[in-house]
Design a protein around this ligand. Sequence first.
Ligand SMILES: Nc1nc2c(ncn2[C@@H]2O[C@H](COP(=O)(O)OP(=O)(O)OP(=O)(O)O)[C@@H](O)[C@H]2O)c(=O)[nH]1
Ligand SMILES: [Mg+2]
Length: 322
Amino acid sequence: MFIDKVEIFVKSGDGGNGVVAFRREKFVPRGGPSGGDGGKGGDIIIKADGHLRTLLDFQYRHHFRAQKGEHGKGNKRTGKDGADLILKVPPGTLIKEKGKTLIDLVKDEDSFLVVKGGKGGRGNACFATSTNQAPKYSEKGEKAEEKRLTLELKLIAEAGLIGYPNSGKSTLLSKVSKARPKVADYPFTTLEPILGVVKIEEGKSFVLADIPGLIEGAHKGAGLGDEFLRHIERTKVLIHLVDLAEPDPVKRYFQLRNELELYNPSLLEKPEILVANKMDLPEAKENLKNFKKEIKKEVIPISALTGEGIKELIGKVWKEIS
Ligand SMILES: Nc1nc2c(ncn2[C@@H]2O[C@H](COP(=O)(O)OP(=O)(O)OP(=O)(O)O)[C@@H](O)[C@H]2O)c(=O)[nH]1
Ligand SMILES: [Mg+2]
C-alpha cells in the first residue's frame, strides 16, 4: 500500500531536575551545597533522506518520544542530556500542524526541529550566595513539548500520467517500469497513486506516477474525485493519455484539461505530452486524423498493449525533464 499522509505524535524529553545536596566530608562539619543541574531533554528532529521514497515507516508506529534528561547528582555533577531522536522522511515531505505547514523538507539532509527538549533545572549549588550559603532549593527540569503532526508527501515524480479511466495509464506504467499496477477493462481500476522508476539506461532514469483516472466533474467529487492531482503538482511534465478508440476523444481531452484547471490552473502551464493510446485498434486509427486536426498539438500515437511508439514517447519525456 502506498502511504502518503500520516499523523504522528511527538514528544521531546523532559529536562532533568536540579537536586539539593550538601557535601559530606570527614573533617568538614558543614559542607557547602553540591546539588548538580539536571540534563537537557532530547529534541525530536525530522530529517529528509534521499534514499527514502515513501512514508511507509510511519504506518505502524505513530508515537515518538525523545529521551529525558537525567536528574542532577551530588558533588555538583550534572545529569546526562537525553539523546535526540531523528526521524527520517523522504525529500518532499511537508510537516503540518493543525493544517498549517511548518516546513517543506525539499531536499536530502534538510531537517527541522519539531519539539525541543526541556532545559535541565539548576541544582542548589547554583544558588549559593554570600548571604545564603546553604540554599535548600533547586529547580525542576523544564517540561517536554508535545505535538500532533501530519506528514504529507507529495510524490517526487518527474512525470505524471493523467487521463480518463481505462485510457491505459497503468498498462503503460507496467510496460516501462517494474511497477505492477492492476490493469483491468473497467474504469477506476487504480485506486491510489503508484510510482514506477523508468530506466532508460545506466544513470538515466526518472520516476513516473500513475494516478487514478479522472472524469468530468472530478473537482466536485465525481468518480474518485481530483485529490490525487496533488501527487502530480510537482512533476515537470504531464503525460496525458487519451484512449483513441473511444467515440469522442477530442471532447474527453478538453474535459480533462478543464478538470486540471479547476483543480489548479498552474497545472495547465506544465509541459504536456499528448499521447494517443490504443492505436492497435481500428477505431483508434479512424479517430487519429480528426483528433490531430482538432487539438492542433503534437500527438504521439502508441499502443501501450503492443509497445508500439513507447520508445519514442519515453525519449520525449526524458528530453522534457532532463
Ligand atoms: N487494445 C488495447 N487495449 C489497451 C491498451 N492499453 C490499455 N488497454 C486496455 O485498456 C483497459 C484499461 O487499461 P488500464 O491500464 O487499466 O487503464 P487505466 O488508465 O489505468 O484505468 P484506471 O486505473 O481505471 O484509471 C485494459 O483492459 C487494458 O488491457 C492498448 O494500447 N490497446
Ligand atoms: Mg489504472
